[in-house]
Design a protein around this ligand. Structure first.
Ligand SMILES: [Fe+2]
Length: 330
């Protein structure tokens, strides 16, 4: 395909092909650290920190609501889940939040101020509903899971989460909020210092089985990069990305730096393609998709969601490039 340089765009493919060590994604479900669990499925997980005040983090597709509820009960027994905190308001992170709120008495949903406002916008709720239906079909037809035909239910945000807010889960486990905008404006991450764990969703990219890390700056590249720099300051043994598993042990220590490096490489290559293709974003999207999405095996992001996100990522670089060109001309 004209204008596409694999060697420039995906250096990690070359690394993997030479048999060099690449990131190992731990796919285990259940207990992954002291009082800390990955529940249901590593591709669309719910994380649970257990203690006197149990907190769950993210609740993926709407059609998986009953399964998340069962998995939570499997750990907590008759003890109630007190809190469900959301990293951001995308359909694959908040899809089942409304279902869980309806079915777990007294459950408080926590989210950033912006994520709370999303539920007040009918257009945004409709997009989440549509993507939730696509996810249901994907679960049934591609993953072969017995997902439930459940519509997305809007949720009520009971607790507004801002930078630095701390919550005691138990005498030996706490969680702190870190604002990490860039994927979305309202994206937040959660740090559990006692177990050196980070729940980053897409704020630190999404690695795939080849070791390639999707840089997911849907809103702003520089904002995303600044958030990564903030996360790089943490001492981490466990990184819970949004999909695909967790990065544990020695790999965790170097992951954020690797995400930063691959993110910069992606930005540079999209800039190069935009220049070569004279700013034709559709053409650049087709070129990127041909290597980043089409050849990848399942499980992978549903195509409509991938294309929505890719458009946003290319647009963010296009906008940044235009601002730079304008500044250079002045
Ligand atoms: Fe997201």
């Amino acid at each position: 395909m004209k204008g596409l340089s694999l060697s420039g765009l995906w250096p990690v493919f070359k690394t993997a092909a030479k048999g060099c060590p690449i990131l190992k994604l731990q796919k285990k479900t259940g207990k992954i650290a002291e009082d800390f669990y990955l529940l249901l499925n590593p591709e669309i997980p719910l994380f649970l920190a257990d203690g006197d005040n149990p907190v769950a983090f993210d609740a993926g597709f709407a059609c998986l609501g009953p399964f998340y509820a069962d998995a939570i009960s499997g750990v907590l027994g008759n003890r109630p889940l007190k809190e469900l905190w959301l990293t951001h308001s995308h359909y694959d992170h908040c899809g089942a939040a409304g279902y869980l709120q309806q079915h777990i008495e007294g459950l408080a949903v926590g989210a950033a101020p912006g994520a709370a406002r999303v539920m007040e916008r009918p257009g945004a709720v409709e997009v989440i509903s549509q993507l939730s239906r696509v996810a249901y079909v994907m679960m049934k037809q591609i993953w072969g899971l017995d997902a439930q035909d459940i519509d997305f239910a809007p949720y009520r945000v009971d607790r507004i989460l801002r930078q630095g807010f701390e919550f005691e889960i138990s005498s030996r486990l706490s969680v702190r909020v870190i604002e990490t905008p860039g994927h979305t404006r309202d994206c937040i991450s959660f740090h559990l210092p006692q177990i050196k764990a980070l729940i980053s969703s897409e704020a630190a990219g999404i690695p795939d089985v080849t070791g390639y890390i999707y840089a997911d700056f849907l809103v702003d590249y520089d904002m995303y990069r600044a958030s990564l720099e903030k996360l790089a300051m943490l001492d981490l043994d466990l990184i819970c990305v949004g999909h695909g598993g967790v990065i544990a042990g020695p790999d965790a220590a170097g992951y954020i730096k690797q995400a930063m490096s691959q993110c910069a490489a992606f930005k540079d290559e999209v800039e190069r393609l935009l220049n070569e293709e004279h700013g034709d974003m559709d053409r650049v999207m087709a070129l990127v998709r041909a290597t980043e999405y089409d050849p990848k095996p399942d499980p992978k992001q549903p195509e409509p969601a991938y294309l929505l996100n890719l458009k946003a990522r290319v647009a963010a670089i296009h906008k940044r490039l235009a601002a730079q060109n304008q500044a250079d001309a002045c």
